[in-house]
Structure formats: structure tokens, C-alpha cells
Design a protein around this ligand. Sequence first.
Ligand code: ATP
Length: 435
Amino acid sequence: MDELVSLCARRGFIFPSSEIYGGINGFWDYGPLGVELKNNLKAFWWQRVVRERDDVEGLDSTVIAHPRTWEASGHVEHFSDPMVDCRTCKRRFRADHVDVPCPEAPKQRSVAECDLTEARNFNLMLRTFIGASEDAASTAFLRAETCQSIFTDFKRVREAARQKIPFGIAQIGKAFRNEINPRNFTFRSREFEQAELEFFVHPSERERWFEYWLEQRVGFHRELGFGDDRLRVRPHEPDELAHYAKAAADVEFLFPFGWQEIEGVHDRGDWDLSRHTEYSGKDLAVTDEQTKERFVPMVVETSVGIDRTALALLCNAYQEEALEGGDTRTVLRLHPAVAPIKAAVLPLSKKLAEPVRRIAADLRRHWNVFYDDAGNIGRRYRRQDEAGTPLCVTYDFESEDDGQVTVRERDGMQQERIALDGLEAYLRERLEARP
Ligand code: ATP
């Protein structure tokens, strides 16, 4: 994990926010490679969940919603974690996370043996004020999950898109939680992104759709390259379920710090739409056109953390590989769909810069392509291996005569001579093939 964190900072994937001021706990910035990785992941999710289906609509709602939203959702009252303080080291911990070494005396004891106060509930919603006064009436919350606006916008979106049950509304966006102990790099942050789908179904079909979406979502993570040894589904025990939920399962990934949730799939019943009906006074029930039955749809939710999945992708991809001759290389074996740079184009010598810049400009109409003419070719390949670039295209003095380039593949390091005419098609086949 330490090596990955250091690679992420050095290569500009992810590093602390406000680093020159010493950072701010639980907040992370994504640099040039990180923002590409994250955008690719979001685009991939959007493609599979929204674009490829005619029963899911997209939404982009505000971070701040009417405060009644959060009363209706139960967050104002219940969205809290139990918190304890240590009287010796003065630090604050989640009462259900005390199985960690005490920062004061890490070798001797875990926090559980510290001089802890009684647990108190701590609300995780971040607050702000709207308008000029800072009183209770102007208090608003930064959303703790993206889905609540999907429920409050449900009627508008359904009517505008002329959708009938079953159908879903999806959104990707920032969420904020004042986590007591942000930790494990970006795994538990205070500002993060979620990609959520709320799928609205007839009450008689909730089980079927829950199973369907769970399978779809596991398929998505497999597509990203997570193997069975690092991916599992953990159904919730009955005592873990929210009181309104009929079923829930976590999709878990094996991080270097253990099995952890990256996505939740939940049968939320009619809790959300019923509560928003109650609090807004607006009827959110629907009528079945054929049977004329009036009902409140049930909701199956899939909620994945973009940052957690990006971290899982990096953990899964990271490898230090021994090469022949005692050499080693660090390589990120990222799926081409999420790799920040799809191909690097490299002139063997700076004298060949001009034609290679033209090739780069051509390819950039389709992909994020990196041009690099600095240093020896072996070192340039290594830099791309570390960035997770699937293919390197090298132009040498022979290319001038035979119109061919060498394409080097990241994982197996095989090299192939390809005609420049066919380069775009060759890259497309390797970068965009569906597994
Ligand atoms: P946890 O138990 O880890 O706090 P949760 O069960 O509260 O998570 P959900 O409310 O189901 O999480 O959120 C759905 C997804 O959002 C999670 O699977 C995770 O990927 C992501 N997520 C939640 N909290 C955080 C966080 N603090 N930092 C990064 N991602 C988060």
C-alpha cells in the first residue's frame, strides 16, 4: 500500500488536497493521470448503466438540496456514527473501529484498551449556511449520498422521459461525509464521488430486480478486471439491514488492508418515495395504465464509490515485476477502458519529432495519447508501464522508409511491426474490444 501511495503522488494520480499547507485530512486531489482514470471509470459506468439501456435515465442534481430532503430521508435524525474519545491521546475514534493501534503507544495496545469515553452519536452530514445569516433557518447540508435528489426528482424525470415502471434514474456526483476517522488512503474520505442507480419496480417484482442488478453489478466489476480471488459478494445479515430494507449485499474487493465494500446493492422498498410524499405533500405514486392499479414503486439501488473503485483498480493493477537480468519494473496492468493514457508515441530520436507529432495529433482525435521524446527508449517504456499505458508506438529511422512503426504491448512486452496506415484500426481493436 505504501508503495502504491507513493507512486500515486509521484506520478500525479492522487495526492493530498492542499498539500502545501500540510494537507487536509480526508480530502484528496486527482492529478493529470488520476483525473483521466476517474473520468474513464465514470464514463464506463455511464455507458453500461445509462447509455446502453433504454430503461435508465440520467440526472445531474445539486450538491445542496432543500433541507427537508434530509429530514425526510432520515439523515438529520439517524445518519450518525458512534464516537469515542481517548482521554490520554485526545484522539477521536469510531466506537466500532477501535481495533486499531493507539497512536500514543502503538506497540503496546490497541485503541480498545485506551482510556475511552462513553460512545456518543456524531452526525456525519456536513453543514453550511445559505444567504446572509448563519442561523438554524438558513442551515443546509452538503449531500451525504447522491440518491435523494433522484427520489425528489422522480416524478419530473419519469414524466419528462415518458418512462413507465420498471425504469431507473442514475447519477454520478460528489457526496460529503464528516467521517470520524478518514483512513486507508482514499478509501474513507470526507469528500468523494458516488455513481448511483435507483431502479423503480412494481412491488411484486422487487426480488427479481434485486437479483438482476446484483448480477449486473458484479459483472461490471469483473469487466474491470477484478478476479474471483479479489471480488466477492457479501449478503447482509438480517440484523444489518435498515428497517425498511428487504435485502442488501455488499460487493467487496480484497484491498491490501482486507476485504472492504466498494459497492452496495439495496432493496430499499418504498421507504424513500413514501417519506418524500409524506414530507412534501406531493403524491409520488404511479398508476399502471393497463390495470389502473395505483402503487408506490419499490426501489432497488446500486451505489458504487468512484474513488473506492479507482483505488481498487490501482491496487489490482499494481505489480512489481522481476525481469530477466535482475532488472525490475513497476507496471499498472489497468484495463484499457480506464487507463489514463491509451497509447504513447515515441520517436526513437529527437530528430524524428515532426512525423511523430503528426501521428500523435491524428490519434488524439480518438484517444488520450502521450508524446514523449525525453530519455532512452527503455526508460520511456518504463514510465508508461508505471502510468498503466497499454500500448507504446515507436517510430524509428526505418519507419521513414518502410512506413511501419513498432507497437509494444505493456503486459507481455511483445513488440510488433505495424503499417502506419493500419495503426488506428490496430489500436482500436486492442483498446476498445469488449471482453
Ligand atoms: P461504509 O460502511 O464503508 O461507511 P456505507 O455502507 O455507509 O460505507 P453507502 O452509504 O452504502 O456506504 O455508500 C455507497 C458507496 O459509497 C460505498 O460502497 C462506497 O464505495 C462509497 N462510500 C461511502 N462512504 C465513503 C467514504 N467515506 N469515502 C469514499 N467512498 C465512500
